[in-house]
Write a protein that binds this ligand. Sequence first.
Ligand code: 4AD
Ligand code: MG
Length: 461
Amino acid sequence: MKRLKVKNILSDGNAGQAITVCGWVRTRRESRGIAFIALNDGSAQDTLQLVIAETSPAFQKLTRCNTGAAIKATGILKESPAQGQKFEVEISEIEIFGDADPASYPLQKKGHTLEFLREIGHLRPRTNTFGAVFRVRNILAEAVHEFFQGRGFVWVHTPVITASDCEGAGDLFTVTTLDLEKPPRDNNGIDFSQDFFGKRAYLTVSGQLEAEFLAMSLGDVYTFGPTFRAENSNTTRHLSEFWMIEPEMAFADIRDDMELAENFFRTLCGKVLEKGESEIAFLEKFYKNTSISELKNLSEKSFVHITYTEAVKELEKATEKFEFPVKWGLDLQSEHERYLTDKVCKGPVIVTDYPKEIKAFYMRMNDDGKTVAAMDVLVPKIGEIIGGSQREERLEALTERMSQSGIPFENVEWYLDLRRFGSAPHAGFGLGFERLVQYITGMHNIRDVIPCPRAPQTIKF
Ligand code: 4AD
Ligand code: MG
């Protein structure tokens, strides 16, 4: 169709140039015999103004150019006399691809609530808000690869279907082809040896364990793919299907891990401003929960570091009443995390050295015998955005932790092999991609930063 994209026209167009654009009508208005269409094609936040004079043959088509209609328009690019836009297009021809009946098309001009838009997930990307969010998501995805590729990390593809429970937390979706009406049974219940893979299989909760064996051969690696959690958490920061980025570094300790996490986070904040400042400006104006100055600040600022033990002391000192108890040994709840970021540290904070009982079996035991070399990055408003650790590379210490935590050995012999042959210190972390997009766009609900959110009792499409 030789169409030009609105984004490119607005940035590189030349007055006098003949152009063809395709897109969806946002608005149409008429004034003194001239019609104006604001056309959006998804390439940018901005619309392109199409100007149709009464004398143009295209004028006859206008009655079908309703909000939401898909059209192709041809004309000449002109400098716009109107304020706030560089160009407009004097249209000679319009072709209608698809009408949108104003009586039934749900996205009319008026503002819609995010709750309503969630009900029409297939149409919401056509709004300014979701266009901005998904373009920011794309900028961040590209920046993730650029960051790691630029540092010589190898992108590895870990499986979606797995036989192991990485986090040992049991929040797994089972993958099966067994007849759910009458599954084969043995003495222990359902007999998964008769299932598709000959044993019970799951959707992965994390690619970390596989990334570890790849790091133990390729050096520095990262994953970037979907992960699944069957936790029954109906909150604004949990999804059942979310994307995770998990770097894993050979010959690295917890300090290297924190340094990488901090650089990574800062670089991503900077990249969004570099490539998507207008998207952030829009979200700042309408939702006031993100800002260009805040992201700029984040892209330059170092994180505060505190240990879990210090964090608990801060929480015990707090005059604020918490819903959940604070005591050394108990996990930090999101209200506690928010207190630490918003009140104590006034910005992102890395909490390290958590009690071993509340962290996964693979984290390296500290010399005190009580805490592990874990690090969580907490950010204001959201809480935990990154979880990572130095891994236990000593075979005996690892098997002891596994026994204590009740992790079955049969599926993870291969994982122990990594400690039997050429074991080395290594470390990594997981960044929840949607939590990052949520934080950067300031969207209140994580369901509004992924095209098709999955959550308990929620699956559309
Ligand atoms: O802290 P988590 O559970 O850590 C791991 O899975 C490790 N294996 C990572 C590693 O060391 N390679 O999860 C990591 C991050 C969290 O900090 C959070 O940002 C995100 O994943 N996350 C979720 N995001 C959305 N919905 C959920 N239900 C999430 N659960 C975790
Ligand atoms: Mg965690």
